[in-house]
Design a protein around this ligand. Structure first.
Ligand SMILES: Cc1cc2nc3c(=O)[nH]c(=O)nc-3n(C[C@H](O)[C@H](O)[C@H](O)COP(=O)(O)OP(=O)(O)OC[C@H]3O[C@@H](n4cnc5c(N)ncnc54)[C@H](O)[C@@H]3O)c2cc1C
Ligand code: FES
Length: 380
């Protein structure tokens, strides 16, 4: 059963001109636990409706007593701009319990290299993973390859510099700037010892920076400069725009990195009209033209309703004011996850679920369509 908490905003920190970090106090008498890399969902009342958006925790579950999410403005985005413009200490906000499959389990006995590729707001789960591994695994290395427009848009720039000092020899950041600001225009540039044109190698022990975009060829140049980049004991975590994640994944495939070592988190949700794939019938011949009945078991109640062929199970439920859990509505976050106890469900999007979850019969109602008559899904 998904849990909801009402949290108090303790502090709002402006990280960059278009990004804030929101620090929440842990709820009284309870402690919200989460894994580094996971996200929570904010429930925001706006113009008479409740909007949900997922945000990864940028805090570290091992060292921070509070919970922090970091929100970057998206052009014309409803919630990211609302939060950046209006949120203040003392505000109360409803959040869902943390979830997500993009996380790391740290253990003191581990000795490995964790390589993080991020761009823009994609840093949020990565910094939580970095802080956790550096704190909890004394023998592990962490490398972060981080793409941004320029020096001023680097989220957590200071924290990253401090972490490099604190964990010298175990943590390094390679910055990639697509449009670096020239020295006379930016006082921040002085913190960069050198901005190296794309083809150069970063000098050892410096804040290395490449100009350009984090793409396949740049990733292939950077990977061999990282310690133990070819080790079997390296885990790769990628978070950022879809295009960047694909490019980095291709680079890792070229380097023969096994698929189970590559972890990705997508922040981008698709518009409702783009959400539907082809719904196949059980034998894969033609889409169902009529509505299918489904049964959902949730929080001790049983809901039976019809799902029209052009709707997902979640959309049909929400149309009927059945209050099922959800967040991203695009198959990324797993907030709507349930177990299919009988019948067959087609998923437009499977990436949000692990291979194990798929094998065990888990489905996501926000991208799920019933393709047989006896579908029963238990959520919780
Ligand atoms: C698992 C998960 C974790 C996330 N973690 C974070 C986080 O830590 N920090 C953070 O800032 N955001 C994060 N996001 C994205 C966040 O949930 C919102 O999608 C984002 O803040 C935009 O919401 P909005 O209401 O402002 O924009 P909307 O009003 O929903 O969208 C406005 C326009 O922007 C596009 N758009 C939406 N999201 C993005 C995006 N991320 N990048 C580019 N274009 C976009 C939409 O397609 C639309 O065209 C996460 C998303 C997911 C699924
Ligand atoms: S609501 Fe996010 S996966 Fe379904």
């Amino acid at each position: 059963m998904s849990k909801y908490y009402k949290l108090r905003v303790e502090k709002v920190t402006r990280e960059t001109p278009d990004t804030i970090s929101i620090q929440f106090a842990q709820p009284e008498g309870a402690r919200i636990s989460y894994k580094p890399g996971q996200f929570t969902t904010l429930l925001i009342p706006m113009n008479g409706e409740q909007i949900r958006r997922s945000y990864s925790m940028s805090s570290c579950p091992h060292t921070d007593d509070f919970i922090v999410v970091t929100v970057k403005r998206v052009a014309d985005g409803k919630v990211s701009n609302y939060l950046n413009d209006t949120l203040k200490p003392g505000d109360l906000m409803e959040v869902m319990e943390p979830m997500g499959n993009f996380y790391i389990d740290a253990h003191p006995s581990k000795k490995r290299h964790v390589v993080l590729f991020g761009a823009g707001s994609g840093i949020t789960p990565l910094i939580s993973i970095a802080k956790t591994v550096l704190f909890a695994e004394a023998n592990s290395q962490v490398s972060l390859v981080y793409g941004n427009r320029n020096q001023n848009s680097i989220i957590f720039r200071k924290d990253l510099e401090e972490m490099e000092k604190q964990y010298a020899g175990r943590f390094r950041v390679v910055h990639i700037l697509s449009q670096p600001v020239e020295a006379k225009k930016s006082s921040l540039l002085s913190t960069f010892k050198k901005v190296i044109p794309g083809l150069n190698q970063p000098p050892a022990q410096s804040v290395a920076s490449y100009t350009g975009r984090l793409n396949q060829s740049l990733a292939l140049k950077i990977l061999p400069t990282l310690p133990e980049w070819d080790s079997d004991l390296t885990d790769y975590f990628i978070c950022g725009p879809e295009g960047m994640m694909e490019e980095v994944k291709h680079a890792l495939q070229i380097m023969h990195v096994p698929a189970n070592r590559i972890h990705r988190e997508s922040f981008v949700t698709t518009a409702p009209a783009e959400r539907h794939g082809t719904v196949e019938t059980e034998n894969g011949t033609s889409p169902k033209k009529s509505a299918q009945e489904v049964t959902i078991i949730y929080e001790g109640s049983e809901y039976k309703f019809n799902v029209p062929p052009d709707k997902t199970i979640l959309e049909a439920a929400l149309d009927l004011n059945i209050d099922l859990p959800y967040s991203c509505q695009s198959g990324n976050c797993t907030a709507c996850r349930g177990k299919c106890l009988s019948g067959k469900v087609h998923l437009d999007e499977e990436d949000g679920l692990s291979e194990y979850e798929l094998k065990e019969g888990y489905v996501l109602t926000c991208v799920g369509h019933p393709v047989s008559e006896d579908v029963i899904i238990e959520i919780g």
